[in-house]
Design a protein around this ligand. Structure first.
Ligand SMILES: [Zn+2]
Ligand SMILES: [Zn+2]
Length: 387
């Protein structure tokens, strides 16, 4: 930042986006990071604050086309010399910074946690934030569907004070620091001069009211972070990277607002035996060249077991045989993909004398009739390259 002492990482790298990422991609990447680094959730990670500041800095620059152009051409040095460098020094804590970005009026997108922009409105019902996490399953689980246990930290309402932050039986008073508005104005330097930003009041936390005697259990916050364990039902046919939304299982709302949602991104572990192509699975079997000529039966893996597959006489290298219905189920339709078996014709090597003689005899006996195919050059190439 302004001091120039700290070595900053590349902004694109920080957000995990390509250099030609669209505004929407940049915004999405930052939202995802911000969810993970939410200070209420990530209080156990000592690096969460610096990581969030880093992400916010990257977003501040890359979301502004003018600053992004300067950064692309001249790097951070260019931003500094142009007076465009992000400056978060005026924000005391990462929670303040967070609120400046997402909370109250003036945040670029108040709905990051599904709050509909009303996060800091004093006295209003505020929806809780969403929780995003990922869970890994096997290909067999993706085939059959599974119940996957997940565990995460979520903000829950404090049961001792029922969320109002006051020790039961003690009064709640108007916050003196913000006069009950729940917001303080923070001044930020920007390329366009000083800009006022609303940040949540550090005394009442945006509530506008403070308990005279804070709740012993939650120290007056009305909410506390708890580890939540639950099972997520993963439907058959899910693909790697798809997301499951569980309504109402995110962070608790404030002042009677509804809870946020839980988003679980499913990672399907790679199975070395298969490549997935939509609802189809693709595998390879090795067949010795003489057997491909004669025809044979081979064992082919399916996700759960093995099946027999007949290799017809005269099967050519890379020919694809289809086993119907042994692929993956379609996620939202009553159909199942196929298992496509690529035949890898293996030409024998290291022949002994006897084998050599046999093959010589065979080679000598072959005629044009044995080798003729109906395919042209393009057909053969297409097969060789898996088209
Ligand atoms: Zn206050
Ligand atoms: Zn409490």
């Amino acid at each position: 930042m302004a001091s120039g002492v700290r070595m900053s990482r590349d902004y694109y790298e920080v957000l995990g986006v390509a250099r030609d990422a669209s505004d929407a991609e940049i915004k999405k990447a930052f939202r995802r990071l911000a969810r993970e680094l939410h200070p209420d959730v990530n209080s156990h990670d000592p690096d969460a604050e610096s990581k969030f500041k880093e992400a916010a800095e990257a977003y501040e620059v890359l979301s502004d086309s003018e600053r992004r152009a300067i950064y692309d051409r001249y790097g951070q040095e260019g931003l500094r010399s142009g007076g465009y460098a992000p400056n978060f020094e005026s924000f005391g804590s990462v929670a303040d910074l967070f609120d400046a970005f997402f909370g109250g009026a003036g945040g670029p997108f108040g709905d990051i946690f599904g709050t509909g922009g009303g996060r800091a409105a004093a006295g209003g019902r505020v929806q809780g934030g969403d929780v995003a996490l990922s869970a890994e399953i096997s290909l067999a689980d993706a085939l059959h569907g599974a119940s996957v246990p997940v565990s995460f930290e979520a903000i829950e309402m404090c049961e001792h004070c029922h969320g109002n932050g006051a020790e039961p039986g003690t009064p709640i008073e108007t916050c003196e620091r913000c006069g009950g508005s729940g917001q303080l104005r923070a001044v930020t330097r920007t390329p366009f001069g000083q800009v006022m930003r609303a940040a949540a009041c550090d005394v009442c936390g945006g509530d506008g009211r403070v308990p005279k005697e804070p709740c012993d259990v939650c120290r007056g916050r009305g909410r506390k972070v708890e580890r939540v364990k639950l099972s997520v039902d993963v439907p058959p046919g899910i693909a790697d990277g798809q997301q499951i939304r569980i309504a109402g299982r995110g962070h608790a709302g404030e002042r009677g607002g509804p809870s946020g949602d839980l988003y679980v991104q499913i990672r399907v572990r790679e199975d070395p035996r298969f490549v997935r192509d939509g609802d189809d699975l693709v595998t390879v079997v090795d067949v010795a060249a003489p057997l491909a000529a004669l025809g044979t039966t081979v064992q082919v893996p399916t996700v759960d077991a093995e099946v027999e597959l007949e290799i017809p006489a005269g099967t050519q290298p890379h020919e694809v045989l289809v086993i119907r219905g042994e692929g993956m189920p379609a996620l939202r339709a009553r159909r199942t993909g196929n298992l496509r078996v690529v035949v890898n014709v293996v030409v024998p090597k290291h022949l002994n004398r006897h084998q050599h003689e046999l093959l010589e005899q065979l080679a000598g006996s072959l005629t044009e009739h044995n080798l003729r195919t109906d395919e042209g050059v393009f057909g053969k190439l297409r097969r060789a390259f898996g088209g």
